[in-house]
Design a protein around this ligand. Sequence first.
Ligand SMILES: CC(C)(COP(=O)(O)OP(=O)(O)OC[C@H]1O[C@@H](n2cnc3c(N)ncnc32)[C@H](O)[C@@H]1OP(=O)(O)O)[C@@H](O)C(=O)NCCC(=O)NCCS
Length: 168
Amino acid sequence: MIEIRAEMQADFKDIHEITESAFKDRPYADGDEHELIEKLRSVQALTLSLVAVDSGQLVGQITFSPATLSSGSQPWFALGPVSVLPSRQGEGVGSKLINEGLRQIQELGALGCILTGDPDYYSRFGFDFSPQNVPENEPVEYFMLKVLKGQSPDGKFSFHGAFYGEDA
Ligand SMILES: CC(C)(COP(=O)(O)OP(=O)(O)OC[C@H]1O[C@@H](n2cnc3c(N)ncnc32)[C@H](O)[C@@H]1OP(=O)(O)O)[C@@H](O)C(=O)NCCC(=O)NCCS
């Protein structure tokens, strides 16, 4: 049985390793996804880090961080990175992490969630293209969002500064 719970300090090393191995050799990966999670954690911008645990073994992790909309409407969150141990992919772990994460940010009052990712995958969770809201320098064909409350957003999004290598 897969349990989804919030990360604990004892998970940090496993999260690093799972993220690194999941993104290794993926053509779209920057190769620093594991460092991004640590960066977000160090600047208190890791809104949510959930892990998937199976019989005591960590098999997946998902990250949510604050996103900014130019109109000022908030709170919005960004999903990602999300990783599943390569040997455990395709079993529904990623879907469980995404659905539970979306539920938890909704409880936090989220207006919605943004991400850059594979449209074929994220469309199953209700994410849609939103060309009018794409952050500067992000690919329009991979930027997607899901409204959780209220109207469609007005303005351009930015991911947290840690995504752009900033310190805060
Ligand atoms: C993406 C990822 C988190 C999905 O986790 P998972 O546990 O394998 O996903 P699930 O088992 O819930 O869903 C698997 C389904 O999604 C599909 N899928 C997985 N990745 C996909 C992708 N990039 N594009 C389209 N479909 C994808 C699988 O084919 C499978 O389809 P099926 O249900 O019809 O059989 C995992 O594959 C992973 O860690 N990938 C490497 C890291 C990565 O790319 N992260 C996301 C980018 S932010």
